[in-house]
Ligand binder design. Structure first.
Ligand code: ZN
Length: 174
């Protein structure tokens, strides 16, 4: 397993729409292994392939608590169905939007149809944190980030901050 570099906003690649996977083969499984390792390494609970620069419709997640056994979840070509009209609100962050958080409203439950790690068709009913997390990750597949739900002003402030951080990093490297 290899820890990959996570792309951060602003980066045009994060805005790409990811493409469906034709078949879950060795290549996809290696990608999922790398993704879950990269996610654990950054203490995230979800990661989409596009966040490491691969425009495939693949998501990994693990919402188990620190003191619980790890519970990696793999979603290939996920499709969300039957979103609930009730809303739940979480303070969301994102590995591609480092150190920024905002309260985001999303449907409180939904169903997901997907292929698992072995390419088997699966169906999952989600609610609470799991529902929010899968919806956040699904957005990545469409090139959407959680900051897109904020006001223009708030979003541009966050992007400015992130750009500054990037420039600073570059200066140190040079
Ligand atoms: Zn994210």
């Amino acid at each position: 397993m290899t820890i990959k570099t996570i792309l951060t906003e602003p980066n045009k690649v994060l805005r790409k729409v990811s493409l469906p996977v034709k078949k879950v083969g060795k290549e996809e499984q290696i990608l999922m292994n790398d993704m879950i390792e990269t996610m654990y390494n950054s203490s995230g609970i979800g990661l989409a392939a596009i966040q490491i620069g691969v425009p495939k419709r693949i998501i990994v997640m693990d919402i188990s608590k620190n003191d619980e056994k790890k519970n990696p979840m793999y979603f290939v070509n996920p499709i969300i169905k039957n979103k609930n009209s009730d809303i739940s609100r979480y303070e969301e962050g994102c590995l591609s939007v480092p150190d920024q958080f905002a309260e985001i409203d999303r449907p409180s439950s939904c169903e997901v149809e997907y292929l698992d790690y072995n390419g088997k068709k699966k169906f999952l009913k989600t609610s609470g944190l799991l529902a929010t997390c899968i919806q956040h990750e699904m957005d990545h597949l469409e090139g959407i980030l959680f900051i897109d739900y904020l006001s223009k002003l708030k979003k541009s402030m966050i992007i400015k901050k992130l750009s500054k951080q990037k420039n600073k990093l570059d200066r140190i490297v040079v």
